[in-house]
Design a protein around this ligand. Structure first.
Ligand SMILES: Cc1cc2nc3c(=O)[nH]c(=O)nc-3n(C[C@H](O)[C@H](O)[C@H](O)COP(=O)(O)OP(=O)(O)OC[C@H]3O[C@@H](n4cnc5c(N)ncnc54)[C@H](O)[C@@H]3O)c2cc1C
Length: 387
């Protein structure tokens, strides 16, 4: 059989693409080298922040809004809760130029995007912050952007739900199967795996941090950087109910480079906190997946103790995860530079999950119709070309 599309990599982007494709045609195949959801890539760790006014750039807002609608529809179809709206609190200094995901002035851009798209929000002064959210320590002059519909997604559940729906709609899903290579044919693409050969009209590569392997022979081989990140769950020492989703929104302390989630694992489950680090480049093959005691201690001393009230040094759990970064923090959603029937969607630069449902729709539209109604020019590889 010739598939209408073959999706390689069934993490956030690939499971979404397969689900969206299967709504239009059952002649779609998706496969992954592991059994998603798994802990080897970028889509694990219980929760992901979602928000609508996107500080990484207003061009992301349509993707975020469309993803909200898709998650809510998927919840109806599957009966699983995927998105919990807790509100989102994003704290920083007014007019700060501090970057997040390589985007300077992130907090200001967030506020402007909310105004531009009419996204319900409030801007709180330091006094209001202290009164409403005493779980944090504030700096003089801090302001808080509070977005009502922000919250968290359950990444593993989202992947499972989309793969299940794709299967039900007729898609073929294969796990523990690794892509070895692909070549152009008359009618599309011949795909070689460690288990066999498939033919597709289109090939979609959503291989996350492994995408660098598919760019090796192209001018973009040096473009992407994979960074090791660690997620920590620290024990709650004070009143647990102050940290549950009813009382605590998802949060980002912008200048202090720390973000986190309300506690979802019960009184012993801890509160999930993380920082972002771009110091060392790594790869999914060579990354150190163990978390040392010294880095846990450093996380507590540098990021937890100075910024939070009632969170102790005991680390309940930690896990390593991978960011795949472009130089500008935008994604790559494009045709492969050397194969017109191959699409790439990856390098989600540490903030891709919230957009992934809509990126799946974009990929399905591009693969089946050759065009999409979403603006994807900011995500094309040609933006990195030098004249
Ligand atoms: C610590 C951390 C925190 C984050 N927090 C947030 C957040 O709060 N909000 C947010 O929106 N985003 C967040 N992100 C980003 C978001 O999670 C990622 O952008 C997204 O999950 C990336 O999904 P992906 O599908 O590109 O990659 P992955 O989920 O890694 O999927 C790639 C898949 O391709 C498969 N694959 C690779 N090569 C092959 C091959 N040769 N053959 C077969 N299969 C292959 C892999 O096995 C894998 O399953 C965070 C990321 C990390 C690491």
């Amino acid at each position: 059989m010739i598939f209408d599309a073959i999706v390689v990599g069934l993490g956030a982007m690939g499971s979404a693409a397969l689900y969206q494709l299967s709504a239009h045609t059952p002649r779609v195949l998706g496969f992954d080298q592991f059994s998603p959801p798994h802990t080897m890539g970028s889509t694990h760790g219980d929760t992901r922040i979602t928000r609508q006014a996107i500080g990484e750039g207003a061009h992301f807002v349509p993707l975020a809004l469309r993803s909200y609608a898709i998650w809510r529809d998927l919840e109806q179809r599957t009966g699983h809760q995927l998105l919990t709206s807790t509100g989102g609190l994003f704290v920083g200094q007014p007019n700060s130029t501090v970057a997040m995901h390589h985007k300077p002035g992130w907090l200001d851009t967030t506020i402007r995007a909310a105004e531009q798209f009419g996204i319900p929000h409030q801007v709180l002064d330091t006094e209001s912050l202290r009164r409403q959210f005493p779980q944090f320590r504030y700096r003089p002059g801090d302001i808080g952007y509070f977005e009502e519909e922000a919250g968290f997604l359950r990444p593993e559940r989202c992947v499972t739900a989309q793969l299940e729906q794709a299967r039900q709609q007729g898609a073929t899903v294969r796990t523990q199967e690794r892509l070895l290579g692909f070549t152009a044919t008359d009618g599309g693409i011949r795909v070689q795996t460690d288990q066999g050969v498939y033919h597709g009209r289109k090939l979609i590569l959503t291989t996350g941090s492994w995408i660098t392997e598919s760019l090796r022979q192209t001018p973009y081989r040096e473009l992407l950087t994979v960074n090791r990140q660690v997620l920590y769950w620290f024990g709650i020492e004070g009143d647990y109910t102050r940290y549950t989703p009813d009382a605590l929104p998802v949060f980002i302390l912008n200048e202090r480079n720390v973000y986190g989630f309300p506690a979802v694992g019960g009184p012993e489950g801890g509160i999930k906190l993380a920082t972002e680090t771009y110091e060392y480049a790594t790869s999914p093959h060579t990354v150190d997946r163990t978390v040392s005691e010294s880095e846990t201690r450093q996380m507590y001393e540098q990021y937890v103790a100075p910024n939070f009230v009632g969170i102790g040094p005991q680390c309940v759990k930690s896990v390593v995860c991978l960011y795949t970064m472009t130089p500008d923090g935008d994604f790559i959603i494009d045709q492969h530079p050397e194969h017109r029937d191959v699409l790439l969607a990856s390098a989600c630069s540490g903030h891709g999950f919230k957009h992934s449902a809509a990126v799946g729709q974009v990929l399905a539209e591009l693969a089946l119709e050759g065009r999409t109604g979403f603006t994807i020019s900011p995500f094309q590889l040609s933006r990195f070309d030098r004249s």
